[in-house]
Structures are given as structure tokens and as C-alpha cells.
Design a protein around this ligand. Sequence first.
Ligand code: HEM
Length: 227
Amino acid sequence: MRIRRSGLATGILLAVFYLTLLPFVAHGVGMIGKGLSQDAARHSYLFADGANFGNAAMLVHILAGTFLVALVPLQLLKGLRLKYNRFHRMLGACLVALAWITGLAGMSYIPLRGTIGGPVMSAAFFLYGLCLFTAALMVARRALEGDRAGHWAWGLRLFWLALGSWLYRVHYTLWYLLTGGVGSEPDFSGPFDLVQNFAFFVPYLLAVQIWIARRRQRHQGALVTNP
Ligand code: HEM
């Protein structure tokens, strides 16, 4: 009965997640269409005339990032992981590759073209890219070493980082719905924007770290009482 209930809760969570992801994916597909058009620079500030490498980096970035966000929740489904271990490994390899491509393309774009929000946003997004890249590297390394606890911990970090771009939009949507956009400016220079540069990944990483530390403590406590 408990298993059925938790399965139902997971199903509802996934359905809500994919519903909220739809506009984000539609936006990504729209941006790719704009990027591929003859006069891309006229359609979006993300593309510039003659800046072929920067434009290509942004296109690759959006494509890989959209697949990453859409696929990453499947990797946490316990049922799939336990029943179809080969699927878990194959999807894991895809996610690591997607995270590297998304991160590397984003980190190449920043020094070339900067960001709409200026140096603070550029620094924050570069840091985000580094975190995503490192988490993908470590989750693969720990899996290859057979370190299950390490693989699990890095997998959780990668999961929340992969969702970061979606969380960034969720924060903005909720804030605009609740306050009409107090502290947010079109050039992303408002206090809310400055906080958001970091708030879509740093607090989540901290929360995951506390969760991992608590789980480890409980596990060690259980080993001491039941050696
Ligand atoms: C994790 C999945 C990610 C997805 C789905 C994603 C998606 C996108 C999309 C759709 C845009 C276009 C923004 C717009 O239309 O307003 C964008 C822009 C951008 N992304 Fe990502 N992204 C992801 C991760 C990252 C990472 C890890 C970095 C860090 C290297 C990054 C850096 C950037 C930068 C610098 C821009 C341009 C910002 C601007 O000036 O407006 N993104 N991304």
C-alpha cells in the first residue's frame, strides 16, 4: 500500500514537472529556430552577425540543455533503476555527455559574448557551468570506481544542477505572479535579479549537502549500534 502511494506521488510529481517544462521546451525550440534563421541577430540578442562560433555555441547549448532537463528526472526513478539497470547506465552516460556539452558550450559563450546581466551574471553562470561539469565528471568517475555512496551523492548534486536552468525560470515566474516583478529590471540589474544569479543553484547545492551529511550520519550510527 505504501509503495503504491509513493508510486502515485512520484507519478503526480513527474506529471507536474513535465507540464511546467512544456513552455520552457517550447521556448528552447523557438530559440533554436531563431538561431538557425538567416537573420538570427534580428530575432534575438543571443545571436550576432558574423559571430559564427558564439551563435553555434548558443544553439548547441540550448539543444543539449533542453534534453538534459527533460531526461534527468527519469534517472532518479528507483523502479526504473532497479528493474532496468542497463537503461540506467545508458541514460546515465547520455546525461553526463549532455551536461558536459551544455556546460562547455555555455562556458565558451560567456567570454565570447557576455550575458545580458553583465559581469555578476556572467561570473555566476560560469560558476554554474563549472559546477555542472564537475558533478557530471564525478558521478561518472564514482560509478566507474564502483563507489556506490559517492556515485549516489554526486548523482543528487548533478540532478539539482541539471534542473537549475528550469528552477531559474520557475523562480522568476513565481516572483512575477506574486509581486509583479518587484526588484527585477529588464537588464537584470535589480536586487532580485542579482540574488537570482546564484539562487537557482547555490541554495539547492547546500540543501543537498546537508541531506547527504545527515544520511551518512544516520548510516554510521546504524553501523555503530548494529556492527
Ligand atoms: C541545464 C540546462 C540548461 C538549459 C536547458 C539552458 C537553456 C538556455 C536557454 C533556453 C537559453 C536562452 C535564454 C533566453 O532565451 O532568454 C540559455 C542562455 C544561456 N545559458 Fe543556459 N541552459 C542550461 C544550463 C546552463 C549552464 C550550465 C550554463 C553555464 C555555463 C548556462 C549559461 C547560459 C548563458 C551564459 C546564456 C545566455 C544568457 C543571456 O545573456 O541571456 N546555461 N540557456
